[in-house]
Ligand binder design. Structure first.
Ligand code: SAM
Length: 325
């Protein structure tokens, strides 16, 4: 696309389950949610085969997400196998952290080091209001446990919700003052309810403006696999703060990722509905070159989609539990 840079696509987000033990009101329209039949979800062997093909096409970083990935049994063993795939240099896990204290030792032992933990509030009653579950203490315990084991990096994903947690933005950012964490503020997307989105959306620029009360924010250069997040250093902070703004700031030009849904569909863009069914191809016995050509198709359609995908943002309401954020 003219005037639109096409970054290398080197990052695959793999959703390993559609199940989740939380019910965050903004994530999915839970009333209509029906879990996939177990046979519909990609098996670990299938995920490993896909990762191998993807690595040969230039994927260097894999993020494991869900649903909640830690509710799927056998994840540490899967991570250990993923690490053996030549070309995959970086494996990260996005989790709600509720089961982290229990599973962190096995994950660490399997070689995982990078974690993104979702945490929108530090107030127990609010945590219950947002997620429908009373698990804040478990998440905090999980974070402590992960830090003590030596996980690095640890990033906190915080969805900003006007009128719910926007009075806590400074407290959440301050976690990065005292700990080597990156606290990332994510703009709310209209994935569950467009009406709630209108009430609760707060643009990243406003969050940055408020955070300046903590000191000047100095933007850091992004790395080749970091994608559309903007990361800032605040003077005196051990960690950093970051902003992911899918709604207000067009960063499609720096998006380097593909997504694989739990039921085996490759999704070039979170905000566009196109998907390529690779599970169907695998289960009818396709060979690796065919799988690779489906991947190339997704990569090329991403480059073609570029800016227009961003323009469809208001219309597309994907379910985050299905796609993995
Ligand atoms: N269960 C894991 C977790 O909680 O991190 C992984 C899946 S979750 C869908 C991935 C991320 O998407 C979480 O950080 C979550 O807060 C974010 N997310 C879900 N719905 C969102 C929305 N409507 N707008 C912005 N972020 C959203």
């Amino acid at each position: 696309m003219e005037g639109y840079p096409t970054p290398e696509i080197n990052y695959l987000r793999m959703s390993v389950t559609d199940r989740c033990n939380l019910r965050c009101f903004y994530c999915t329209y839970w009333q209509d949610w029906e879990k996939l039949a177990a046979a519909e979800i990609l098996r670990y062997e299938e995920l490993l085969r896909i990762a191998g093909v993807a690595a040969r096409l230039g994927i260097r970083k894999i993020r494991i997400t869900g649903g909640e990935p830690l509710v799927r049994r056998g994840l540490p063993k899967f991570i250990r196998s993923l690490r053996r795939i030549p070309g995959i240099d970086e494996i990260c896990l996005t989790t709600n952290g509720t089961l982290l204290a229990e599973l962190a030792p096995a994950l660490f032992e399997a070689g995982l080091r990078r974690l993104n933990v979702s945490l929108d509030t530090l107030i127990p009653g609010r945590y219950l209001q947002i997620t429908g579950r009373d698990n804040l203490a478990d998440v905090l315990r999980g974070l402590e446990c992960a830090a003590a084991l030596g996980f690095h990096s640890i990033k906190i994903n915080c969805v900003v919700l006007k009128g719910i947690n926007d009075d806590e933005l400074l407290d959440l950012a301050l976690l990065a003052r005292d700990h080597p964490l990156q606290v990332r503020f994510i703009e709310l997307m209209p994935t569950a309810s467009p009406r709630e989105w209108k009430r609760r959306f707060l643009p990243a620029a406003e969050v940055r403006r408020r955070l300046r009360a903590l000191g000047e924010l100095a933007e850091m250069a992004s790395s080749v696999t970091s994608g559309p997040a903007r990361i800032f250093k605040v003077q005196g902070f051990v960690g950093e703060v970051g902003f992911i703004s899918p709604m207000s700031e067009h960063r499609c030009g720096s998006c380097n990722r593909l997504r694989l849904t739990a039921q085996g569909r490759l999704r070039p863009c979170l905000l566009a509905e196109d998907e390529i069914d690779i599970k169907e191809a695998m289960r009818r016995g396709c060979a690796d070159p065919e799988l690779a050509s489906l991947f190339r198709e997704a990569m090329q359609s991403k480059h073609r989609g570029g800016a227009s995908a961003g323009e469809s943002r208001a219309a597309a309401h994907p379910s985050m539990a299905a796609i993995g954020g």
